[in-house]
Every structure is written in C-alpha cells, then in structure tokens.
Ligand binder design. Structure first.
Ligand SMILES: Nc1ncnc2c1ncn2[C@@H]1O[C@H](COP(=O)(O)OP(=O)(O)OP(=O)(O)O)[C@@H](O)[C@H]1O
Ligand SMILES: [Mg+2]
Length: 313
C-alpha cells in the first residue's frame, strides 16, 4: 500500500468530471492485496469533497464489512483513549439506522443550537459528540431514503460547531453503502480503520470493507481485531476463543497495519450498556491498555504517513 500526496498527477487524472460516482464493483482479492493487473488498473474515484473542515486534522471512519463486530465500541473507546493522550477529539455517530453512541456515552440530552443555527456537539469524557440518535426518539424506527441520509450526514459536517479538533472519529453503520459513499464524497477522509473479529470467516467481510474504501480512494489506516481473546477477570490469563491471529493474518494479507487486538470481555460490554465506556470507567484496566495501544498505533501510522491529507494508489 502506497500513500502519496493529493495533487500528485496520478490522482488528478482519475474521474475528471468530479461529478458522478461510479457504482461500487466487486474486485478480486488479488487486486485488494496489491497484485493488480498492470494493464487494466481498477477505476478509482476522486470524490467531490466540497466540505473541507480545515480545523479538523484527521477525519477517520471506523468501519467493517458486517454488523456487530464492535465498531461503535471501538470508535467510542478509541476516541476517549486519544483524548486521554491529550488530543482534541470529536465522535460522530453516522449510523442512522442504529445509532449506539448516545447509549454508549450515557447521553439523553439534545444538542443546543446557536443563534447562527449551528448545532453544538454534546461533550462527554472530553469528547465532542454528535449523533442522529440525539435528534430522534430512541424507539422511533428510522427509515431513511438515500437523499435524506445524504443531507443528514452533510449537515453533521457543515452545521455542527466542531471547532479545532485533532481527530474526528466517525462511527459507520455496518456493511458497505450509502454513508461511506456520502462521507467520502463530502470530505477528504484521512482514512478508514476496519474492525474485525479473528475468525477466518471474517476474511470476506474485511475484504469487502477494504475493497469499498479502495474504490472510494480512501486509505486503509489499519485493522483492529476485536473480541480477540478472552481475558480471565480473576487471573488475567488469555484464552483464544476464536482462531488466533486472524486479524494479524488479514493485515499481512491486505498489507495494512494491525493497530491492535482488543479482548472479549464482559466489562467492555457492560460499560457500553451503562454509558461509561471501559476506557473512561476503568482507566487502569488491561482492556483500557489495549485501546490505548490502538490509539498509539493509529497515531504512529498517521505520523509516519507525514501528510494531513492522504490518498491511496
Ligand atoms: N471487546 C468486546 N468484549 C465484549 N463485548 C463486546 C466487545 N466489543 C463489542 N462488544 C459488544 O458487542 C455488541 C456489539 O458491539 P457494537 O455495537 O460496538 O458493534 P457494531 O459493530 O457497532 O454493531 P453495528 O454493526 O450494529 O453497528 C455490543 O453489545 C457490545 O457491547
Ligand atoms: Mg455500531
């Protein structure tokens, strides 16, 4: 995987109209892992990206190829870990169908509006938060059509007073779809991190996630393996419930960094349910250390890349 600066001539010649977005197409594993057919490189897009968010240094999507692998849990705890390390952090819940951030952060309030009709993010654990869940009653079924979803996401980017941030972490809904497309068209995403579980069967899901972002021209910053092993609460012994090192093998296969492995742990789950994420509620726990390790690795990947805005070849 090769990073290079926006503005390099190779990036600019793709999608010269800058208007339409090609349909997502399935591409083969060898294309994803870098062994592309030299004569017929896959089409790549340069999305519109007309919202620049100059005050936000890194805009990072947390995604996966499928649901329930722990994206929201990882996004929440990663955001708090980055803040604990001294960064200014925002967390945007872009899951219109099942927003989890209000519950995980223990928030029932609604955001205030400024006289200029801007939305003020809510603040918990030193994180600025915005979620579609703040706007609609919890029990209300959310049926979003594409254009509504598109404008809700754009509103979160343009009408929210995020102010200066080092990181905006964006929690995506499961799968590959509308939200990722809207986001990558609207803003220059710094990159995406893919959350997965360690089983072999997750490989196809990771491949789908990686393929989607490659087609959108968004760099994959790394893979986070969640529910990696069981940590005994009594003796701290590790038990690998699923096949070990699936995430590591995947990161090697896709040639991206493994940002860390998070244990499967009842406390992580309970902490999310009661609205005090583990990293905030148990700062000295081994689970918190695992999330802090992911935050440090992510920061390292970003520092090593050396650019504020990256794209992928
Ligand atoms: N490391 C972990 N240990 C124990 N439970 C976990 C862990 N990570 C996530 N969970 C639990 O698994 C469930 C799913 O997690 P979460 O909602 O974060 O997944 P998701 O990928 O965001 O789901 P969705 O695709 O529906 O948005 C939650 O109940 C959460 O508390
Ligand atoms: Mg989620």
């Amino acid at each position: 995987m090769k990073f290079f600066k926006k503005g390099d001539k190779d990036t600019e010649k793709t999608n010269p109209s800058g208007k339409s977005h090609p349909e997502l197409k399935v591409i083969s594993g060898s294309e994803i892992s870098g062994k592309r057919n030299q004569q017929q490189p896959p089409q790549q897009t340069t999305p519109q990206q007309n919202i620049t968010l100059p005050n936000i240094k890194y805009k990072i999507a947390v995604a996966s190829g499928k649901g329930g692998v722990g994206k929201s849990t990882v996004a929440t705890n990663l955001a708090i870990s980055l803040a604990q390390a001294g960064a200014a952090v925002g967390l945007m819940d872009a899951d219109a169908y099942g927003p989890s951030i209000p519950t995980m952060m223990g928030i029932k309030d609604k955001p205030q509006t400024t006289p200029q009709r801007k939305l003020l993010p809510l603040v918990r654990h030193n994180i600025k938060l915005m979620s579609i869940g703040f706007m609609v009653p919890e029990e209300q079924a959310m049926i979003w059509r594409g254009p509504m979803l598109h404008s809700a996401i754009r509103q979160f980017l343009t009408d929210v007073e995020w102010e200066e941030l080092n990181y905006l972490i964006i929690d995506l809904p499961p799968g590959t779809g509308d939200v990722a497309l809207t986001l990558s068209q609207a803003i220059p995403l710094t990159g995406a991190v893919i959350v997965t579980t360690p089983q072999d069967v997750a490989l196809a899901d990771v491949r789908r996630g990686v393929a989607m972002f490659e087609r959108l021209g968004v760099p994959i910053l790394g893979i986070i393996e969640n529910m990696s092993y069981f940590l005994c609460p009594h003796c701290n012994e590790k038990t690998e419930i699923f096949r070990s090192d699936g995430g590591k093998n995947m990161s090697e296969r896709f040639n991206v960094a493994l940002l860390g492995q998070i244990p499967l742990d009842a406390e992580v789950c309970t902490a999310g349910d009661i609205g005090v994420p583990i990293v905030a509620g148990h700062p000295d726990s081994p689970q918190t250390a695992a999330f802090a390790g992911v935050a440090a690795e992510l920061d390292k990947v970003l520092q090593e890349s050396g650019d504020d805005e990256l794209t992928i070849l």
